[in-house]
Write a protein that binds this ligand. Sequence first.
Ligand SMILES: [Zn+2]
Length: 148
Amino acid sequence: MPKFGRRSRDRLDTCHKDLVVLFNAVITEIDCSVLCGHRGEKEQNEAVASGHSKAHFPHGKHNANPSNAVDVAPYPVDWDDRERFFYFAGWVLAKAEILRNVGEITHKIRWGGNWRGFKNGVIDFKKNTFDDLPHFELINDISFENGE
Ligand SMILES: [Zn+2]
């Protein structure tokens, strides 16, 4: 059974409890690495400068403390293997729905490869204008339909 290394665990521990519960469930089934949890002002400025984020401090979901977003990649990380990120995200989102249905977590999860979510049950990745494939964040129900 895969499990998180020390750095992944430390990063996950900077996140909202729902993200901790979710990824502690995911890691038992798919090996993955937590790349980033909470980001302070300096880290957020760097993320914007490098094109990894569009949100300026303190408006990013990573800037909350505990963090409302987490970046997680399937392990070993291969940025050229986009299919793996899509498969992984589908797994994460389905697991999140299961955990929410049984009351283990209270938020819905939005993925950075599909900011718009499902419109009437339809997925349309082509309308995703900013791919952030390792990014998962907490959302409140209603905002999901509107996307960003
Ligand atoms: Zn992120």
